[in-house]
Design a protein. Structure first.
Length: 315
């Protein structure tokens, strides 16, 4: 995989930035015949799953690369050649709602299907799940979570919060326990640390030995306006609603403006979901007031169902 230049890049780390640039590897296929398609059914299954999601093109490329590495390792083993294992711990950096948890769940399932992980479960955690209230409690809580994650993925969101209290904070004890488990049980679970980009860069800078323990780093940028509009259409369709053209125009204008002003705090797909669900509630009130219960009325979300100025939904 070609590495993306980055001021915070670490030697030996794969830095993946989730832009949507077409690349040669993405266009190439392993399916040269029906026999090949059946042989690589795990990859085909994962690629079909990934097609359901907007963006994530570089995730798709990474999945293909990891699949190829695992498969070729199996071929080397069959030929009596050395097939070394690699640590697959990861760093995810980006705003909320950019797909980090979704990707972690897909990766866990993929590694299970490829026999890299025995179970493929995703254990989600945050600071409160790791940090205890007294000396020794933190290490105990952290070890218990690691035990639950055996055979799967331990996903720690807002991981930078573990370092917010300085040297005397119990968060440092959680970090030390995680690092020890990464070494002692390197191939028994995958650790993914996630959070805002700037905060994660600062967090990693506090411990010089930490960045090199995560060979794969993914940056999850904010979705573009076009991608957010595709998410809108997907969510509306999934819930069996339809948008009027005026509603679509209004949403696009609003999303463009919100992306510009909210910047690094924008919650992306999460905001779109909350926005759509609020509009559905407002449509229900409108239909009750109108006494309109026809199929067409029930399907249609109109511009007046989106009250952005008075909305309770925060971007």
């Amino acid at each position: 995989m070609s590495q993306t230049p980055s001021s915070s890049s670490v030697k030996g780390r794969i830095n993946v930035i989730l832009h949507n640039k077409p690349n040669k590897m993405e266009e190439e296929t392993f399916f040269h015949s029906e026999e090949e398609r059946e042989k690589h059914y795990v990859l085909e299954k994962m690629e079909r799953e990934l097609k359901k999601y907007v963006g994530l093109d570089e995730v798709k490329r990474l999945i293909k690369e990891v699949y190829a590495w695992i498969y070729i390792n199996q071929c080397r083993t069959e030929q009596g050649l050395k097939a070394s294992k690699q640590a697959l711990h990861m760093i995810f950096k980006g705003n909320p709602g950019t797909g980090k948890t979704t990707v972690a769940r897909l990766i866990a399932r993929f590694f299970r299907d490829m026999n890299v992980l025995s179970k493929g479960q995703l254990i989600e955690a945050e600071r409160a799940d790791l940090v205890g209230e007294y000396i020794g409690h933190t290490a105990q809580k952290t070890r218990e979570l690691i035990k639950k994650a055996q055979g799967g993925v331990l996903f720690v969101d807002e991981a930078y919060s573990l370092a917010r209290g300085g040297e005397k904070d119990f968060g440092k004890e959680a970090i030390d326990t995680l690092v020890k488990a990464m070494e002692d049980q390197q191939h028994e679970f995958v650790l993914i640390l996630a959070g805002y980009s700037d905060e994660m860069d600062y967090f990693l800078s506090l411990n010089p030995g930490l960045p090199s323990r995560f060979p794969i780093a993914m940056d999850f940028p904010n979705y573009t306006t076009d991608q957010l509009m595709q998410i809108v259409k997907n969510m509306v369709k999934e819930r069996e609603y339809q948008l009027t053209k005026r509603a679509q125009h209004l949403i696009r204008e609003h999303v463009t403006k919100v992306r510009q002003y909210e910047g690094r705090t924008f919650s992306n797909g999460r905001y779109i979901r909350n926005m759509i669900e609020e509009a559905i509630r407002r449509q229900a009130v409108r239909l009750l007031q109108e006494g309109s219960y026809s199929r067409e009325a029930l399907l249609l979300l109109k511009a007046e169902d989106f009250h952005f100025e008075s909305s309770n939904v925060k971007p």
